[in-house]
Ligand binder design. Structure first.
Ligand code: GLN
Length: 291
């Protein structure tokens, strides 16, 4: 089969599920990853064929995409902050906006100009994409990632040879013993999608990605932020900084959780679309908040 035909037919099948440019983009990505061709090989070399013996594998991957499975699960990798992370069922696929959180985290640590290794705590670490990106960008950083899901931690632990430590713990259990502090920076991208927002989400997310990583109850959407605030009260050093990703619809309310918990310089930060996507907060300079 000609590569051009595979791409055209594949895109047509995927258009039942995805807008046309995206459907085509997905098939191109599949061919790039599995065949090592470029996005334009089939245009500049129209006679390029898909090797017969590779067709079953490509067909199987296409069938999974047609069933709505995220391409990152099908390929087993997701790109994040210019690195490739291993992902699959049971772990949230890293999102582009979360790269902004990493950039802000790295900038924050650099501006601290510490004369020792910075210490970072990542709550609800999932695939570990935030923890690893910080650890790999700030070479001597000591990073600890926490998650309740053993499945997620299995992914997190095997991403790269050497980096963060990963610990199994329920972030909502805020008073547990945790003998690893203090930290200079606490980061978190916890679940923040409301149950009632399900209807606006696409099947490739809803049917495939873990509910545990995505959803919070409609009547208590800020529960993870209260928990993160408590962890930060216990383990962030004086002058330390916190950064969390948030639901764009709850910017002021989420910021208020951190103000009420005694943090200073609390502000919302925007994503690519100028929506409130993050909250940044700081422990007062001379005192840890440890009430
Ligand atoms: N931004 C993600 C989404 O909308 C949600 C991530 C999260 O809940 N932390 O799919």
């Amino acid at each position: 089969m000609l590569l051009a035909d595979f791409i055209r037919d594949g895109a047509a099948r995927l258009e039942k599920l995805y807008p046309s440019p995206e459907a085509r983009g997905l098939v191109l990505m599949l061919c790039r990853e599995l065949l090592g061709v470029t996005n334009y090989t089939h245009v500049v070399e129209p006679r390029t064929a898909v090797p017969e013996e590779r067709l079953p594998e490509l067909e199987a991957a296409l069938a999974r995409l047609c069933a709505g499975e995220p391409i990152q699960y099908v390929l087993g990798v997701a790109e994040f902050c210019d690195r490739r992370f291993v992902v699959g069922p049971g772990v949230l696929v890293p999102r582009p906006e979360t790269e902004l959180l990493v950039a802000e985290a790295v900038r924050t640590l650099q501006e601290m100009e510490l004369d020792r290794a910075p210490r970072v705590l990542d709550l609800c670490t999932g695939s570990g994409c935030i923890a690893w990106s910080i650890a790999l960008d700030i070479r001597d950083a000591e990073v600890i990632g926490v998650d309740v899901s053993e499945t997620a931690l299995d992914y997190a632990r095997k991403q790269f040879p050497q980096g963060p430590s990963f610990i199994q713990a329920d972030v909502l259990d805020t008073e547990q013993a945790f003998p690893y502090g203090p930290f200079d920076l606490v980061v978190s991208n916890p679940p923040y999608v409301l149950e009632r927002e399900r209807t606006q989400m696409r099947p490739n997310v809803l049917d495939w990605e873990p509910d545990l990583a995505l959803f919070v109850p409609d009547d208590d959407p800020l529960r993870f932020y209260r928990a993160v605030a408590r962890w930060a009260q216990r383990f962030l050093r004086p002058g330390g900084v916190g950064l969390v990703e948030i639901n764009e619809a709850l910017g002021p309310e989420t910021a208020e959780v951190f103000r009420a918990a005694g943090f200073k310089n609390v502000r919302n930060l925007p994503d690519f679309y100028q929506k409130d996507r993050f909250v940044r907060f700081q422990t007062p300079d001379n005192q840890a908040i440890n009430n």
